[in-house]
Design a protein around this ligand. Structure first.
Ligand code: AMP
Length: 411
């Protein structure tokens, strides 16, 4: 690697999509306190269909977004198309300035607790985890193999969504089921969104002017998928997602916590298959199951028009959120901050207000005028007198992946 190799390409491969960002990690012109500057961002959607679409934005030059429509057969073709777009901006993947490629990998099991340089053995291990992450790891593996074929000489790093949660104690990570069965099938609580929880908990400490080791934070990552975590002194001690991302909070399309017996009941009484129940709980439940919409903007609009189903869905969503805030207050003992992040957490002031309402005895309150402020910056929304800081902290998983990747390859 040459001394001026300061760029990192971050790839997030889904089953039919490829999201990417190219960042310069040592750019003096950076407007970010991490020293990183985004040079280009983009997305390839509907890979494998006739209606594939690539949207590429060269942020470094301030150029407009370029959209290309037309069939993109597979991830290999998608990455090739991305490489061409980058090359058109003078940011080609063959540039000596490219230091590494960082890959988001959803499931790292118990083995991967830190970002890891990818070789064949690492790839095999990620493959071994496919049974516990059947929807995500295969797509991640395709992304890695494709990028390795394109630049075999370049360090490629896997940053795992589960890694931040590997510090959870056994008391939080184990389900209370037969130990032999659990161990034979690697059934335990792994947690997800770890890159976001890590970034947001650290950024929250920074907002309070403290080191991560000095603060206890409850992070509420509320996107279409949603999870909460309890972070003590920079280390995760509990999180709401489990073996899969189904457990925990009410989400856009997932039920979150549910009595496991509901699944046997659906099989025995409704005659549903395992796949049908999987689809019901992951895709047709949560907000969409409750009221037919999974977008919080739409739900708020309907509530404003007096829609009772939307109001009940909102109440169920907030009730679960409040339960987790209470539970994690008890787990942590002392809470310094509650941080809201991701699409809903960053934008939906009514969700934040409702989740914290009535928690004055826990030292938590929201100031209505601060809560109404719209901003992309981390900010406090609690009144000065509140014992616990309530904050909105925009997440940045790509930056976190780039930082972890760059730190590893320059160490
Ligand atoms: P994410 O998964 O983090 O991209 O979050 C996506 C979700 O954020 C959407 O499904 C919406 O429910 C929610 N969201 C995005 N923008 C807003 C907004 N301005 N107000 C309320 N909710 C929003």
């Amino acid at each position: 690697m040459t001394a001026n190799a300061t760029r990192v390409l971050v790839l997030n491969s889904g089953s039919s999509s490829l999201k990417y960002q190219l960042l310069d990690m040592g750019d003096a012109r950076s407007d970010h306190d991490s020293g990183a500057r985004r040079l280009a961002v983009g997305l390839v959607e509907r890979i494998g269909e006739a209606t594939s679409r690539l949207a590429h934005t060269p942020l470094g030059t301030g150029g407009a977004t370029r959209e290309t429509a037309g069939p993109i057969a597979d991830h290999q073709a998608a990455l090739k198309a991305v490489a061409e777009e980058l090359a058109a901006d003078g940011l080609g993947l063959d540039s000596p300035e490219l230091a590494a490629i960082g890959h988001r990998v959803v499931h790292g099991g118990l083995k991967f607790t830190v970002p890891t340089v990818i070789d064949e053995a690492v790839l095999k291990e990620i493959e071994r985890l496919v049974p516990v992450a059947p929807l995500h790891n295969p797509a991640n593996i395709i992304g890695i193999r494709t990028a390795r074929a394109l630049r075999p000489d370049l360090p490629q790093v896997a940053v795992f969504d589960t890694a931040f949660h590997t510090t959870m104690p056994e008391s939080a990570a184990r389900y209370a089921i037969d130990v032999a069965t659990a161990d034979a099938h690697r059934i335990r609580r792994y947690g997800f969104h770890g890159t976001s929880h890590a970034y947001v908990s650290r950024r929250t400490a920074q907002l309070l002017g403290k080191a991560p080791e000095e603060v206890n934070v409850i992070v509420l990552h509320l996107g279409n998928g949603a999870s909460a975590s309890a972070v003590r002194g920079g280390r995760c001690v509990d999180t709401s997602m489990g073996l899969t991302p189904l457990e925990g909070l009410v989400m856009g399309t997932r039920s979150g916590d549910i009595d496991a017996a509901v699944t046997f009941h659906l099989k025995r009484v409704a005659g549903m298959s395992a796949d049908e129940i999987d689809e019901l709980l992951n895709k047709k439940s949560g907000l969409i199951g409750l009221c037919g919409d999974n977008d919080m903007r739409e739900i708020r609009r309907r509530i404003d028009e007096g829609d009772e189903r939307a109001a009940l869905a909102f109440d169920i969503y907030v009730h679960r959120l409040k339960k987790y805030i209470g539970a994690y207050t008890a787990v942590l003992g002392k809470v310094d901050a509650v941080a809201f992040t991701a699409g809903v957490g960053e934008n939906a002031a009514p969700v934040r207000a409702a989740a914290i309402a009535g928690l004055e005895e826990l030292g938590m309150a929201v100031d209505a005028s601060l809560n109404a402020v719209r901003s992309d910056e981390p900010r406090l929304i609690s009144p000065e007198y509140a014992r616990v800081a309530v904050a909105v902290v925009p997440t940045d998983e790509e930056l976190e992946i780039a930082q972890q990747t760059y730190a590893l390859v320059t160490a």
